[in-house]
Design a protein around this ligand. Structure first.
Ligand SMILES: *Cc1c(COP(=O)(O)O)cnc(C)c1O
Length: 454
């Protein structure tokens, strides 16, 4: 019997997160204050985030950052997660490639998001904060944070993009079950929401708008902080537990990946699985490819521009150096809701600019085809987001077959799709379509950006 699953023990849960910035020759450019265009300092972030994560955000020197014992204790609820050899998928593809996936779908809320939610809630609690806010698109981050907030006794208000609030009532019920207050965004509860609703009464919302609302509420409520589930450096940091475990598990399997793949929304699960392997490239010059898989309908890394841009639609956040489609880019309504974000985090953007990683964009129908094959061969229904990584792994395996050479492929299964069956229903019924972004659309959006990087 061939070994299929590579399991670690509780004691193997990493004791420190990996801060890739310390190993990068070219550090990411600083975030800028939009008014003064001066670099943002950790203190500037204290009103918005916990102090601990504000400092992690700016840390360019410490390679390893200790994971607090309370956070590791909660990680033990589901970590370490399994690394699985996808024999079934390999066989169906008749490929000489070896395909491995790290299964982050086994977390209590079904995705990798909990890795950072627990850390962020912990630091808020430790600093005496009582209330937190956030936004959520498809609902995965909100679900993760709801559980984390409850675990540390914090009150949570979640702004959920209205279209998801209406289309994905079960994610809303999950958050409510954990005790969070969920508000459809845009809402009348903030200035940003009221402004948009006055101008466009039927607006179905976007992540950018929901971020604006959550930030506004945090800034105007005493003892309240905001949290973000992707894009920022500290979120990438927390997610490195994924790759650090996978590094040990690939060793147990007696293999080293030629290519590591993660799907890409703002970059957190991609960074989580790839940074610990990229470390071998940065520090030891190891030859390894890493690929971000994004949707064709929201292709910031493949077709966006490297420029300073806001993290949200209303322009409340600092300016972030990122590959972006422009903060007012309105992505098509694809079912991988977690990938509908206009930009990429600043670390990933710098790595991309320096040629240290690749990116591909995948049409929606190819992702559902890949998801269906994966479900039928591996028994797990993947999240529509994760299916972008699966489709990319399949492309790699097919290339290996064409070449007639072995290839070791590792991808991150960021979550399961059991709450996304409405999307599968549409696919089965033949009612899904591809969305392409035209060059004119991209160009028009980008032309509205202030050109700070000349
Ligand atoms: C949120 C989410 C993503 C996208 O976010 P990243 O920060 O890019 O990882 C991908 N997969 C799942 C399952 C998600 O919930």
């Amino acid at each position: 019997m061939k070994t299929k699953k590579f399991l670690l023990q509780e004691k193997d849960i990493p004791t420190a997160w990996y801060n890739i910035v310390a190993d990068m020759k070219n550090k990411p450019l600083p975030m800028l204050n939009p008014q003064t265009k001066q670099p943002v300092k950790a203190e500037d972030l204290y009103p918005l985030f916990s102090k601990a994560v504000s400092e992690q955000e700016m840390n360019t020197t410490d390679t390893w950052i200790e994971i607090p014992e309370e956070v590791r204790d909660l990680y033990k609820v589901w970590r370490p997660t399994p690394l699985v050899r996808a024999y079934g998928l390999e066989k169906a593809l008749d490929t000489p490639a070896h395909i491995y996936f790290k299964n982050e779908s086994v977390s209590p809320i079904g995705s990798h998001k909990l890795n950072s939610a627990i850390a962020q809630a912990y630091y808020c609690k430790k600093e005496g904060i009582t209330n937190i806010t956030t936004e959520t698109g498809a609902g995965q981050w909100g679900a993760a944070l709801s559980y984390a907030a409850k675990a540390f006794g914090l009150e949570l208000a979640v702004y959920m993009v209205k279209v998801s609030y209406l289309q994905k009532p079960y994610r809303r019920s999950i958050m409510q079950t954990f005790g969070a207050q969920v508000i459809a965004s845009p809402s009348m509860s903030t200035k940003a929401g009221r402004k948009i609703l006055t101008e466009h009464p039927n607006y179905q919302g976007s992540l950018g708008t929901a971020i604006s609302e959550a930030v506004e509420l945090a800034m105007s409520t005493p003892n309240c902080r905001y949290t973000l589930g992707s894009v920022l450096n500290h979120v990438m940091l927390h997610q490195t537990v994924i790759g650090l475990e996978a590094e040990k598990q690939m060793e147990m399997a007696g293999e080293y990946p030629d290519v590591v793949i993660g799907c890409f929304g703002g970059g957190s699960n991609f960074s989580g699985i790839t940074f610990p392997f990229l470390r071998h490239k940065l520090v030891d010059g190891k030859d390894i490819r890493v690929i971000a898989a994004e949707p064709s309908s929201c292709p910031k890394l493949t077709r966006g521009e490297f420029q300073y841009d806001f993290g949200d639609e209303a322009g409340y956040t600092p300016l972030i150096p990122m590959y972006t489609l422009g903060h007012n880019f309105a992505p098509a309504n694809i079912h991988a809701g977690g990938l509908r974000y206009h930009g990429a985090g600043s670390i990933v953007s710098q790595l991309r600019k320096d040629g240290l990683m690749d990116a591909v964009d995948i049409p929606q129908l190819e992702t559902f085809k890949a998801a269906t094959l994966f479900a039928q061969t591996e028994g797990i229904i993947p999240a529509p987001e994760s299916s972008h990584a699966i489709a990319t792994a399949i492309r790699e395996a097919e290339e290996a077959k064409k070449e007639g050479k072995p290839r070791t492929i590792l991808f991150n299964l960021s979550g399961h799709g059991l709450i996304d069956m409405a999307a599968y229903d549409l696919y089965i019924g033949g009612d899904l379509q591809n969305y392409e972004v035209t060059d004119e659309e991209v160009k028009k959006n980008l032309s509205e950006l202030e050109q700070i990087i000349k």
